[in-house]
Write a protein that binds this ligand. Structure first.
Ligand SMILES: N[C@@H](CCC(=O)N[C@@H](CS)C(=O)NCC(=O)O)C(=O)O
Length: 86
């Protein structure tokens, strides 16, 4: 399944990113992703809009607001909460 408004900024070599991707897979969730290795534009968005160069980071669009959630453990908690809220 998918959830609206989510994009995972990641690096394929990052174990913390894998942790999130594996958790999402176990939850049956397909997360749209941006690979910073392939996209300088995504890298720039993360640093300038998110505030720092750290992956994984989940970009969350909530209506007109956007927030950037760092930390793999916090991202996984957020995804579980979103799924349990329907
Ligand atoms: N505590 C963070 C650690 C994340 C982390 O260390 N990510 C590394 C990549 S594995 C990172 O973004 N480093 C900054 C850089 O590559 O410039 C988490 O669990 O998400």
């Amino acid at each position: 399944m998918t959830l609206d408004g989510l994009t995972l900024y990641h690096l394929p070599t990052c174990l913390f990113c894998w942790r999130v991707r594996i958790a999402a897979g176990r939850l049956g969730l397909k997360l749209p992703m941006k690979n910073l290795m392939l996209s300088p534009a995504a890298h720039s968005e993360l640093v300038h809009e998110g505030g720092k160069m750290q992956v994984p980071c989940l970009r969350i669009e909530e209506g007109e607001n956007v927030r950037w959630l760092y930390e793999s453990a916090d991202i996984i908690v957020y995804l579980k909460k979103r799924l349990s809220n329907g």
